[in-house]
Design a binder for this molecule. Structure first.
Ligand SMILES: CC(C)(COP(=O)(O)OP(=O)(O)OC[C@H]1O[C@@H](n2cnc3c(N)ncnc32)[C@H](O)[C@@H]1OP(=O)(O)O)[C@@H](O)C(=O)NCCC(=O)NCCS
Length: 429
């Protein structure tokens, strides 16, 4: 059936560039797939400007045969798949080039004909041949991507924080917070984020759009958002080491609520002091944030940790190791040791038995496909899940996702893959 489709790949371009009409159709198809009401031409053009800045590659599947009369024409893709390349922080300040997969849609009338499988398999194969050791995505549904070797590697949660008199933070301020014009974030946000990216395991380099979102320049609806307010945190040397961008939800929302648009802090002090600022906003009783970490210092700094109401925890980053040797050798390990891993791969990209030997924190990985008994057998999705230290191998063993052949090997893996602080990804793509 896949023979009736032609897969085409092209770069994102701006209005006026050759190929704009093709890119425009692609963006419209994505919007349709995610049930957006029609995107205006201006919104499509703005989206493509940011995609071009990110050097996104747009993949589309097109009907190669006759198109049903009166239906959408052949130059509107029936399936879409977008990619861009960024770095992933893999702990202890190290980064890994990563293929980010996004904008996956298949038109309802063409689903379950293998289009996603075809686009995903071809793309992962090309990325691996380009020397990219890791792929990542965020998933709309939990059941789609495991079959392609992806595993959940980080989590996030929505928090509703009670900022009435109950909010008491046990923290002595070291810096100051000051309100700024929201547009300063066009320049400041990428600089602050870069610092956060360097110190946060699980962080992914951000797309161009984020500074526009944080500054209120380009909201999710494609329009400027004048409601966005911004405060900056000044730390050591009076440099900006954190910011929060937020909006008041209006007098009709009870209790009166401020919603965080983006909260990025490069130090623990900046993080707590930005929360202190948010809690001090007059006439507001609640602050909400949809991208909060699960393992959150705020919880432990509050006199009453129950100020935080968080009923909604969910998976965030899904990782897919494309090259086991490269990915494992790139990491720093806190403890030394040797672990033999038999890795299964449904797409055959990274299967094999690998001996991971860590000495002085550095790893050497060799294929030992013949002879040596593995300590653990696991699917590449499980290996990808434990890679950033946020998913416990002992739990995966208990779930039957990892088979332990030497007693204690899963616990040893837990120690090996630990990272220096909580894994958290502030980049949705
Ligand atoms: C999810 C979606 C992209 C799947 O596309 P598709 O072309 O129908 O998928 P394929 O035909 O290539 O199916 C590949 C495999 O995934 C399975 N699969 C596809 N979608 C699935 C879903 N939503 N839940 C569970 N399994 C799914 C298929 O059964 C098939 O399994 P198999 O190969 O083991 O037999 C499509 O349904 C879609 O556009 N959904 C709405 C947008 C969306 O959710 N995008 C994902 C964004 S992260």
């Amino acid at each position: 059936m896949s023979g009736t489709y032609e897969i085409r790949r092209f770069d994102a371009v701006s209005k006026g560039d050759p190929g704009f009409a093709e890119a425009e159709n692609w963006v419209r198809a994505v919007a349709f797939g995610f049930h957006e009401s029609t995107r205006t031409p201006e919104h499509v053009a703005k989206s493509l400007d940011t995609y071009k800045a990110d050097r996104r590659v747009l993949t589309g599947a097109y009907q190669a045969g006759e198109v049903a009369p009166g239906s959408l024409p052949a130059d509107v893709p029936v399936a879409t798949f977008g990619t861009l390349r960024k770095t992933l922080n893999i702990g202890f300040g190290r980064t890994l080039d990563t293929q980010l997969v996004t904008a996956v849609t298949v038109r309802t009338s063409h689903r379950r004909r293998g289009l996603l499988r075809r686009m995903m398999s071809e793309d992962l194969d090309m990325a691996r041949r380009d020397g990219i050791p890791m792929a990542a995505l965020t998933a709309s549904e939990g059941s789609i991507y495991g079959r392609f070797g992806y595993g959940v590697a980080s989590f996030e949660r929505t928090v509703k924080v009670d900022t009435t008199a109950r909010f008491v933070l046990n923290h002595q301020s070291t810096g100051i917070v000051e309100v700024a014009d929201s547009k300063v974030l066009l320049d400041v946000a990428p600089v602050v984020f870069e610092r956060v990216h360097r110190v946060t395991p699980g962080s992914i380099g951000r797309q161009e759009w984020y500074r526009q979102l944080a500054s209120g320049s380009l909201g999710r609806d494609g329009k400027e958002d004048p409601a966005v307010k911004v405060a900056l945190h000044y730390g050591a040397g009076n440099t900006v080491d954190g910011y929060v961008s937020y909006r008041f939800l209006g007098w009709d929302t009870e209790p009166h609520t401020v919603q965080v648009v983006d909260l990025v802090a490069a130090t623990s002090d900046a993080y707590l002091e930005l929360w202190q600022f948010l809690a001090a906003i007059d006439l507001v009783e609640r602050v909400t944030w949809e991208e909060a970490p699960l393992d959150d210092p705020l919880t432990w700094a509050l006199s009453d940790p129950r100020c935080i109401d968080s009923s909604d925890s969910r998976d965030m980053l899904w990782l897919r190791i494309l090259d086991v040797v490269k990915a494992l050798e790139a990491r720093h390990y806190q403890v030394d040791g040797r672990l033999v891993l038999a890795v299964l791969d449904p797409l055959g990209l990274s299967a094999g038995t690998f001996a991971l030997t860590v000495s002085g924190g550095e790893a050497a990985v060799e294929r030992v496909d013949t002879g040596e008994e593995p300590d653990l057998t696991l699917d590449v999705s499980a290996l990808s899940s434990i890679y950033l230290g946020a998913v416990c191998p002992v739990t995966l063993e208990a779930a039957g996702r990892i088979r332990e052949h030497r007693q204690g090997a899963a616990l040893q893996a837990r120690g090996l893959f630990a990272v220096e602080r909580a894994t958290h990804c502030l980049t949705h793509f």
